[in-house]
Design a protein. Structure first.
Lengths: 479, 611
């Protein structure tokens, strides 16, 4: 992989709209038409909408959650929709479908908002239960203000709405002296092999024709690393990804061949996580840093085939990730790690020293992103790279075969140790737009040890520890 | 009790008969159903009469003897200005007295002509707080019923909301006419149009709407009216109206009333017309098998009259429609932020206890009648059109009674039996109409002993009614309560006087000894000359006027500035609101309008289904 590069290109991705997510719990009763008693009901919903809540207008939202009806139903996979329109239509409508006794039941009801009784009308939800459109019961749910108001308000989140495919579109708009990269690394869990697909567009600084090139490499568990180059080829701008010399990167698909078909691949890609910005998000939208790297999806699953020489790997839900880089060229020194920690957790590190005069004297800036249980730590990428004006920044020791990153933010500290054994490492030559060369040492079968600790009343306690043997994806670049 | 004295005085309770003693209690139950203003007014008047008696004699009316009470009333009646006021006081008293008298020696109850067909009825308290439907129909009268049937037959899930209750034919046979009267009419029958002169405008409130209490007369909308609706107003359903009128007639089983049960009242009208050479015939009615109970206006006790709850609504329910009773629609819910403009989303309904309920439906059919639809639209925020509530047409009507030598017993036979169309071209339609005692618009003359004598000899009276085609000179005001304003047009006042003259002529031609004019100053005339003289000094204000058939308050037509609804009955300014009742008719239909309303509702809803 190429390391940090510099860029001032304009962004082509607009500001992503934010969605809304909140949780709501309601309690109440139900009376089935064929019974003469009431049952207690509890409804826990997570409501999400693609846009912000328009209090003056109408917001259509999805709802998922759990419904419990005493002695009759407990469905943790209730789902449905909400029509939130407290002022325009004076109605907050719930349509939730769930399973009870093997029957598909729909709860249909709405709060009818009136300024005369604002609290009661916003908290009381009369509803009807229907099966196949026929009424089978009625009831009322209430939002218990005393116990649920604070959790309800605290549950509001406004996540960005992103389309991972949009990040694949080329950023380059014809400026000289730019490098743009699409790369994908995969681990085949069956054979233990690592894969690396690198696609790069280089626009030389002297204004000569841009060219596209790249390579594919396979890191078999038992055997030497094999790689093959494709290109350089003429760059033809293409809307949704990378296309050159028969090699294609499109949303959801990677295909191509190198060295006259010695290496061939045809993979489908399925994003399974949100985007992950290793560098600050603003630096991807407005390329003010020398370069920026990001992952359209922090984790992805790969299916398809990868053939090298006479061996064909058949991937089924193989874990990996694709990443994007856009900037002015390669860094002076860099280290990169992508570690799938399992259980949905992922660690991404880029530590780099810039080529810019002055900046090149600084120690490596370590951008560390640990996504654990759906949340990313440190909360801001700047925290690990710059600290508080340098103080408290994360430290990187870039060396081979082992390099480290350590740091502390808030009440947590982390130590990452990456080992790239020489026999599992591929050394390749990178060319910057200005014609300078760098050497990268890449391994898709690296080892890593990650120790996460948390401070707790006078001491550090281990919060989590991961050891990856041959499944970490790492690279060190030198000059 | 204040009312006891007044009642005893008015009907001269001299203790010789039993029934007058029960009249005050009957009057109290009647008053309980009337609006507050009517109640308060009547009680104030009764207190005023009592105060007058106290001032003159030192005792209240109830403490006086019968001759003393007569003399007090006589003094009051000597003041001409008080006569109209006393007439108003007489109306509820006569209603109560007529009922009590009939209970004593009235006609025996008759058997059912046929069983009521089944309806899918749910009382409002049993309806769920939240539900959905494909369409909601507000009102179950002539328009609402046919709209519900059309939509239900098109496969839509229909809920009909009715403010009144359901009354079975069997329940009609079980109860006295007055009990039914107070249940079946809005405001206890005391709906009044404020104006000069004020008009009594009774409307029904029950499953079936006013068709439960109308006379069953089914006139087809005249051709010249349809031409005007189509050419002058651009009212689209008027084209092809005949087909829809045919369907309405078929549904209601309309036929000319056979003469066997017509009754003496109708025969007298036919005889008079024959003598004069006027066009007259038994009316076309929707009452196959009518037994001449003469109780149409309080619900047919034999089930012969095919009100819509016996004819159209059962067919709607068979097609899947459901009726909610006791459900007054508070407002139509409107989604203001829909793309393309505001759109109806359903209705909120009030029920007596336990709050209300809401039904979401993309189509709301308003069929609450010409007097209730405009306030409903206003309180739903849909009343912004400047002509909404205006253009109110009614059929102002008056009546005349003729005294005959032989007993007529008008209450045995068909209530509205014969139509005299001789003057229809001049906007006057005479219909021989007899009612159960006290319920007609005709008020017997006299006070005290004189009134009692009239009551005792009421079996010798034949009554005729005439309604006139009016100019739309009324408007419906109000949001939560309807307030009707109606000022009689001078042209229509002339028509009313001509109608009185024509009715007098008819009665004398039929052999009447004297004619009771209803004019306070000259209550009796014995010849046409005397009638002419009486009319010469009278204006329409002095007549006892009532009005029927309110129409046109949310009229449909081509001009968006004149008509709140478009030519196909869709309310302008909002999507999904359809008008399908008398309010949508662009002008006075000039005949009893049930068939016209049904045909218009049929055309409007059929078009909506096709769209």
């Amino acid at each position: 992989m190429s390391g940090s590069t510099t860029s001032s290109a304009a962004t082509n991705t607009g500001s992503p709209a934010r969605g809304t997510v909140f949780r709501e719990t309601m309690l109440g009763t139900l009376r089935l038409d064929d019974e003469d008693r009431t049952r207690r009901v509890r409804l826990d919903l997570t409501v999400s909408s693609d846009g912000r809540l328009h209090l003056l207008g109408t917001t259509e939202s999805r709802a998922t959650g759990r419904i419990r009806i005493a002695g009759w139903a407990d469905d943790a996979h209730a789902e449905g929709e909400l029509e939130i329109s407290p002022l325009a239509r004076r109605r907050i409508r719930y349509r939730i479908t769930f399973t009870a006794d093997g029957r598909r039941i729909t709860l249909d009801g709405w709060k009818s908002v009136t300024p005369r009784r604002p609290v009661a009308s916003m908290t009381v939800l009369p509803y009807t239960l229907q099966e196949d459109g026929v009424r089978i019961g009625t009831g009322t749910l209430r939002f218990p203000l005393g116990t649920q108001l604070l959790p309800f308000l605290a549950s509001f989140r406004f996540p960005r709405q992103v389309d991972p495919d949009a990040f694949l579109a080329p950023r380059w708009r014809g400026e000289p002296g730019r490098t743009e990269v699409w790369y994908t690394t995969v681990t085949d869990p069956v054979t233990g092999s690592g894969l690396w697909l690198h696609h790069e567009l280089t626009a030389p600084s002297d204004g000569s024709e841009p060219y596209a090139q790249g390579w594919a490499a396979v890191f078999p568990k038992n055997g030497p690393v094999r790689h093959a180059r494709f290109g350089p080829a003429k760059w033809t701008p293409e809307g949704s990804g990378f296309t050159a010399d028969g090699v294609v990167v499109r949303p959801g698909r990677l295909s191509g061949a190198a060295e006259g078909g010695a290496l061939r691949w045809d993979l489908t890609e399925r994003p399974t996580d949100e985007p992950l910005f290793t560098f600050p998000r603003w630096s991807w939208r407005r390329p003010l840093l020398p370069a920026a790297q990001m992952l359209p999806a922090a984790r992805a699953g790969y299916d398809g085939t990868f053939t090298h020489d006479d061996t064909t790997l058949t991937l089924t839900a193989a874990p990996g990730a694709s990443a994007r880089i856009y900037g002015h060229g390669n860094a002076r020194r860099w280290a990169w790690l992508h570690a799938d920690l399992g259980g949905g957790d992922v660690l991404e590190i880029v530590a780099a020293v810039s080529m810019r005069p002055g900046l090149r004297r600084l120690p490596p800036l370590a951008f560390l992103r640990l996504r654990r249980q759906g949340r990313t730590w440190p909360r801001r990428p700047e925290r690990s790279a710059a600290g508080w004006a340098g103080a408290g920044r994360f430290r990187a020791g870039i060396a081979l075969p082992t390099w480290t990153v350590t740091g502390r933010a808030g009440l947590r500290r982390i130590r990452v140790e990456v080992t790239q054994p020489a026999d599992r490492t591929l050394a390749l030559d990178y060319t910057d737009p200005d014609g300078q060369h760098a050497t990268c040492h890449n391994s898709e079968r690296a080892d890593a040890h990650v120790l996460l600790e948390r401070w707790w009343f006078g001491g550090w306690r281990t919060e989590a520890e991961w050891t990856l043997e041959g499944t970490a994806h790492a690279e060190v670049g030198t000059r | 009790m204040t009312l006891t004295g007044l009642t005893s005085a008015l009907i001269a309770d001299d203790g010789t008969a039993d029934w007058p003693r029960h009249v005050p209690a009957r009057l109290e139950t009647l008053l309980a159903t009337m609006p507050l203003a009517a109640r308060a007014g009547l009680r104030a008047a009764a207190r005023a009469v009592d105060a007058y008696a106290m001032a003159r004699t030192g005792r209240t009316l109830s403490a006086l003897t019968a001759p003393e009470r007569d003399s007090v009333l006589g003094e009051l009646a000597a003041r001409p200005a008080l006569l109209p006021l006393l007439d108003v006081l007489k109306v509820p008293v006569l209603l109560a007295a007529g009922t009590e008298r009939m209970l004593q020696d009235g006609p025996a109850p008759r058997g059912l002509t046929r069983q009521d067909p089944p309806l899918d009825l749910t009382p409002a308290p049993a309806w769920p707080a939240r539900s959905t439907a494909d369409a909601v129909v507000i009102g179950s009268g002539a328009g609402g019923a046919i709209a519900a049937r059309t939509l239900a037959r098109a496969g839509l899930d229909i809920v009909v909301l009715e403010e009144g209750q359901h009354h079975s034919t069997e329940s009609f046979g079980r109860r006295t006419p007055l009990d039914r009267f107070t249940d079946l009419y809005r405001d206890g029958g005391a709906t009044v149009a404020v104006g000069n002169p004020p008009l009594l405008l009774p409307t029904g409130r029950a499953v079936g709407g006013t068709t439960v209490v109308n006379s069953g007369t089914c006139y087809r909308t005249p051709g010249h009216v349809l031409t005007r609706w189509s050419k002058d107003f651009g009212f689209a359903p008027a084209d092809g109206f005949d087909r829809h009128l045919d369907e309405a007639e078929r549904t209601l089983r309309v036929a000319t009333q056979p003469v066997d049960v017509l009754g003496n009242n109708g025969r007298i009208a036919l005889k008079g017309a024959r003598e004069l050479g006027w066009r007259a015939a038994p009316l076309r009615r929707n009452a196959p098998g009518c037994q001449g109970s003469c109780q149409c206006v309080v619900g047919c006790p034999t089930g012969a009259k095919q009100s819509v709850q016996l004819s159209v609504l059962p067919e709607a329910c068979a097609a899947g429609a459901r009726i909610v009773t006791g459900a007054r629609v508070e407002r139509i819910l409107v989604d203001t932020d829909r793309p393309g403009g505001p759109r109806a989303a359903g209705v909120r309904v009030r029920r007596g206890e336990g709050g209300g309920f809401e039904i979401l439906a993309p189509l709301v059919v308003v069929a609450a009648g010409a007097l209730q639809s405009p306030p409903l639209l206003r309180r739903s925020g849909l009343g912004r059109h400047p002509r909404l509530g205006r253009n109110l047409s009614v059929h102002p009507a008056t009546s005349l009674a003729g005294r005959f030598a032989e007993p007529v017993t008008a209450w045995e036979g068909v209530l509205q039996s014969v139509g005299v169309e001789e003057h229809h071209a001049q906007g006057v339609l005479i219909e021989a109409t007899a009612t159960p005692p006290g319920m007609g618009s005709f008020i017997l003359p006299g006070l005290g002993t004189e009134l009692r004598r009239e009551l005792e000899t009421a079996d010798r009276l034949a009554t005729l009614g005439a309604m006139i085609a009016d100019r739309p000179s009324g408007r419906v005001l109000g949001r939560d309560r309807t307030l009707i304003r109606y000022d009689l047009d001078p042209r229509d006042a002339g028509r009313l006087l001509r109608a009185v003259r024509a009715m007098g002529e008819l009665l004398f031609a039929a052999g009447a000894e004297e004619v009771l004019t209803g004019i306070p100053r000259t209550p009796r005339v014995r010849s046409l000359t005397e009638l002419d003289a009486a009319l010469a000094g009278t204006s329409a204000r002095h007549l006892h006027l009532s009005a029927y058939h309110p129409t046109g308050t949310v009229a449909a037509g081509a001009d968006p500035h004149r008509f709140p609804a478009d030519p196909w009955g869709r309310l302008r300014g909002v999507h999904g609101v359809l008008l399908a009742d008398a309010s949508v008719l662009p002008s006075c239909p000039q005949v009893n309008p049930q068939l016209g309303i049904m045909a218009a509702a049929l055309a409007i809803t059929e078009t909506a289904v096709r769209a």
